[in-house]
Design a protein around this ligand. Structure first.
Ligand code: SF4
Length: 239
C-alpha cells in the first residue's frame, strides 16, 4: 500500500480511529460537570478504575460545590487517600469549590479561561470537562496523548501545552475532544509506553514509529498489519 502523506494521512488516521473507537469518552464515572471536575482532579497519577471506586461515596457525602467547599480537610483527605497525592488533591478540590462558589455561583464554568483560574485545574483537566460535559472541543494532552502524538509524528514536543497546540494545527476543531479520547483508548489498549503492539496496530502503515524504532535497533521494520486481519484493540462481538 502506498504511504499516505500529510492531510491524507491524518484523514485516514481519523477514519480508522472512528471505526475502532466510535464511542470513546472519558471512563471517569460522573453525572454532572462538578463530579467530572472532581474526578479529573483525582485522576492525576491514578487509574480511572481507582478513581471510580473512590467517587461514589465521595459524591454522596459532598453533593455540590458548597458541600465540598465546607469539607473538613482531614475527612476529605481520608476519602481520597487511595488515589495518591491525597493532601494536595483534597486541598485543590476544596479550594476549587470555594472558587466556584465565590466567582461562579457554585456552577462549573464552560470557558477554558475561567476553568484554568480555579485551583488544581490546568488545561488538561479543563479540556476534559469542556469536551465531556459541555460538548466544547478541546484537546486533552495526558501521558497517552503526548506519547502517541510523538510516535505518530504529530508533535516533537514533550511539553503538553506545546503538543496541544501542535495537534490543534492539524486536527479539525470539531474532532479535538473525540480525537484525544481515542488516542487515550489506543494508548491503553495497543500503544503502551513500554510495549507498543506495532505489528498488530491498525495505524502501523500511517505511523513513522515502527521504522524509527527498528532503525535504532538495526532491525527491519515490522510489516504493516494486513487489511482485514483483526487488529490489537479490536473487541470481537459475541456470536
Ligand atoms: S504503529 Fe506502533 S507506535 Fe504507531 S500507533 Fe501503532 S502501536 Fe503506536
Amino acid at each position: 500500500m502506498a504511504k499516505a502523506t500529510g492531510s491524507r494521512r491524518i484523514e485516514q488516521m481519523l477514519l480508522r480511529l472512528d471505526e475502532r473507537y466510535p464511542e470513546a469518552a472519558t471512563a471517569l464515572t460522573h453525572e454532572d460537570p462538578l463530579q467530572l471536575l472532581v474526578a479529573t482532579i483525582l485522576s492525576a497519577q491514578c487509574t480511572d478504575d481507582r478513581v471510580n471506586r473512590v467517587t461514589p461515596p465521595l459524591f454522596r457525602k459532598y453533593p455540590d460545590a458548597r458541600a465540598f467547599a465546607r469539607a473538613d480537610i482531614r475527612e476529605l483527605e481520608e476519602m481520597v487517600r487511595s488515589t495518591g497525592f491525597f493532601r494536595n488533591k483534597a486541598r485543590n478540590i476544596r479550594e476549587c469549590c470555594r472558587g466556584l462558589l465565590e466567582r461562579f455561583g457554585g456552577e462549573v464554568p464552560s470557558k477554558l479561561e475561567d476553568l484554568v483560574t480555579l485551583p488544581g485545574v490546568g488545561r488538561k483537566t479543563a479540556n476534559v470537562v469542556l469536551g465531556n460535559s459541555f460538548g466544547i472541543p478541546g484537546i486533552t494532552v495526558d501521558t497517552h496523548v503526548g506519547r502517541l502524538s510523538r510516535r505518530l509524528g504529530l508533535s516533537r514536543h514533550e511539553d503538553p501545552v506545546k503538543v496541544e497546540f501542535d495537534l490543534m494545527k492539524v486536527i479539525p476543531e470539531s474532532r479535538w475532544s473525540t480525537f484525544s479520547m481515542q488516542l487515550i483508548w489506543h494508548g491503553r489498549r495497543v500503544c503502551s509506553s513500554r510495549r507498543p503492539l506495532c505489528g498488530d496496530c491498525f495505524l502501523s502503515d500511517l505511523c513513522p514509529y515502527p521504522a524509527r524504532a527498528s532503525r535504532k535497533k538495526g532491525r527491519p521494520a515490522p510489516r504493516p498489519r494486513k487489511s482485514g486481519a483483526p487488529a490489537a484493540g479490536t473487541r470481537r462481538r459475541a456470536g
